[in-house]
Write a protein that binds this ligand. Sequence first.
Ligand code: ADP
Ligand code: MG
Length: 254
Amino acid sequence: MSILTIKNLHVSIDGNEILKGLNLEIKGGEVHAIMGPNGTGKSTLSYAIMGHPAYEVTEGEILLDGRDINELATDERSRLGLFLAFQYPVAIPGVTVANFLRTALNARRRADNPDDKGISILAFRKLLKERMNMLKMDHAFAGRYLNDGFSGGEKKRAEILQMATLKPKIAVLDETDSGLDIDALRIVADGVNALSGDDLGVVVITHYQRLLDYIKPQFVHIMFNGRIVESAGPELALVLEEKGYDWIREKYAE
Ligand code: ADP
Ligand code: MG
């Protein structure tokens, strides 16, 4: 089981401090939700976890299983088992979903075992089919260029397909619910729930309570102005649904 520990994290973009001392701990098998108004730094947190070069950690630590990962490049973090489903996935014309996933999967396998020869094409096809069936995706998806011309919902499903194929230890889903209709939401949630039973630790970032009707978090955190200001059980999401964020703005106004 893995543990991601974030201690007193401060992150700046172009010299502007966005995260201002954020603490969070995620263990394998746990589902955490982070909610908060737009512009409070939720995506900044997810980029900082993955090591986006524009997001400078000025203070604090990000530890995976006790190891400080601050100096590691994004691909190294991915190989260690961290995963981010983007809020705005990028299209990669010319690279098919299948090719992308097989290459990424093989890189992950080699990190665990340097002698790994890579998954056979046949075994990979079988795996991909299984995962696509789980997410109720048309198999034709595998042959399309990654995110190229995908609808909002298709992009989100492609992100979850990546997660289901790579089997990370800790996954951050950044507003995976936006652009999904109820059916797609349920499918995505089923996928996440199936994997979290498998020891995956999940951070679900969402603006709305709706996704949490389908993905049941044990922990709900409210983020405001670059910090986590409230943490509680699932009941906290219901409070937000009822009262919105105004009470948070008043309570934590600077
Ligand atoms: P959230 O995901 O909670 O809506 P973000 O992390 O996207 O919030 O943004 C937090 C703040 O950081 C906002 O004020 C936003 O304008 C700023 N910000 C985010 N990304 C960048 C960037 N690449 N360059 C400059 N400012 C940014
Ligand atoms: Mg965001």
